[in-house]
Design a binder for this molecule. Structure first.
Ligand code: S3P
Length: 412
């Protein structure tokens, strides 16, 4: 698998504000990861890549310079939200913008807490980007109850706090991915977690620490689903990130009855990683509720395809966040499923799919959303007539070689 995109954004941003040189290995591919690199280069951070390694020369909390033009985050929500945290504590003003999808995504969720800390942020009338961020190196400490469980929001606030050297106390409705906390600790910050409460102590500096990034579990999920669905499959996926806050999909497919196993589990750079074996399996339906949602958020569309082939009715609730991702993933999913012959019901905060359905095939809209493209590509493998997946090139946002690797597996 390509390296984990979520961890990569954080490795680059945190090494940019650390002191010293960081070597990052296990690099991912895709447009999103390039967006973070491009923005940091525009902020004057020294980054170079060769032989599968990326070197970042961090100049501490105040080592960035005002970019000449607006920063362009492309399609990447992690880039805009995490960088906004760091930029909130800089001495200069930055304009930060992205593509038409990112412009539709809610930014109030970061603007509210970052403004409470003392940053001056203006957003578009819709509450989205472009954002104008007038940084303030003297940010206040913050105690904040996050209304949604979002690792991007949590990370933006933690990065603002660490960069300004102030304390942060957060609570989340449910635990979201904790890569930022792990990485900040590795660089010397004190970050404590107690249930859904997180506390960062004022931190005088971060010390550069090398990162070896594991394979991206969210990318592996498509192949796990494919192997479960297709008779005769027996697949081993090596060296994938298995952080407990990320592998809700693995737990859920196990609960559905899938033959998946973890091998060779170990810890490196603070993150658990290992190999995953998966075989074709018969499935039972499952019910997914709000508590599980953050650990499976990007894989939920795939659950609908597995649900259509399971015994019983699969239901997802408490997942309203899916409506504000790269597309409205609930609405597009239901329309797409229906267009390929799967009966499914749409709820405001989720969906349900009846099991034992045959996937006829057809043509689906994906809204240019990489995760919708890859979800319908997997549905196509289990369909009678195949599926024409629109905007298939959008898979390169997170996984440029996805279709090549799918082809390769098919020919084995
Ligand atoms: C991400 C967190 C999730 C996820 C996104 C990547 C991250 O978003 O959907 O693809 O890198 O922190 P939220 O934190 O907004 O739920």
């Amino acid at each position: 698998m390509p390296g984990d995109k979520s961890i990569w954004h954080r490795a680059l941003i945190i090494s940019a504000i650390a002191n010293g040189e960081t070597e990052i290995t296990g690099n991912p591919a895709g447009l999103d990861v390039e967006s973070t690199k491009r923005c940091l280069l525009d902020l004057g951070v020294s980054i170079s890549s060769s032989d599968g390694k990326t070197m970042v020369n961090g100049n501490g909390f105040n080592g960035m310079r005002k970019p000449e033009n607006a920063l362009d985050v492309g399609n990447s929500g992690s880039t805009i939200r995490l960088l906004s945290g760091v930029l909130s504590a800089q001495k200069f003003e930055t304009l930060i913008d992205g593509d038409s999808s990112i412009r539709k995504r809610p930014m109030n969720r970061i603007v509210t807490p970052l403004s409470q800390m003392g940053a001056h942020i203006s957003s578009a009338p819709s509450g989205g980007c472009p954002l104008g961020i007038k940084g303030n190196p003297d940010l206040n400490s913050i105690t904040y109850d996050m209304p949604v469980a979002s690792a991007q929001v949590k990370s933006a606030i933690l990065l603002a706090g660490v960069t300004a050297g102030v304390s942060v106390t957060l609570s989340e409705p449910h635990s979201s991915r904790d890569h930022t906390e792990i990485m900040l600790r590795r660089c010397g910050a004190i970050v404590e977690k107690d249930n859904n409460k997180i506390r960062l102590d004022p931190c005088p500096e971060l010390t550069a620490t090398n990162f070896n990034i594991p394979g991206d579990f969210s990318s592996a999920a498509y192949f796990i689903a494919a192997a479960i669905l297709i008779e005769g499959s027996d697949l081993l996926i090596k060296d994938v990130g298995l952080n407990p806050t990320r592998i809700g999909f693995l737990n859920v497919v196990k609960e559905m009855g899938a033959a998946v196993e973890i091998h060779n589990s170990r810890e490196e750079s603070g993150e658990i990683r290992g190999d995953i074996s998966v075989k074709h399996s018969k499935l039972n339906a499952v019910s997914i509720t709000a508590e599980t949602v953050p650990s499976i958020i990007d894989e939920l569309p795939l659950i609908s395809v597995l649900g259509a082939k399971a015994e019983g009715i699969t239901t997802v609730s408490g997942a309203g966040e899916l409506r504000v991702k790269e597309s409205d993933r609930i609405s597009l999913l239901i329309k797409g499923l229906r267009s390929i012959g799967i009966e499914a019901e749409e709820f405001e905060d989720g969906f349900s799919v009846r099991g034992n359905q045959s996937i006829i095939g057809g043509e689906t809209d994906t809204g240019g959303d990489h995760r919708m493209v890859m979800t319908f590509a997997i549905a196509a493998l289990a369909s009678k007539n195949g599926i024409t997946v629109r905007d298939a090139e959008s898979s390169s946002v997170s996984y440029p070689s996805f279709f090549n690797e799918l082809d390769e597996l098919g020919s084995n």
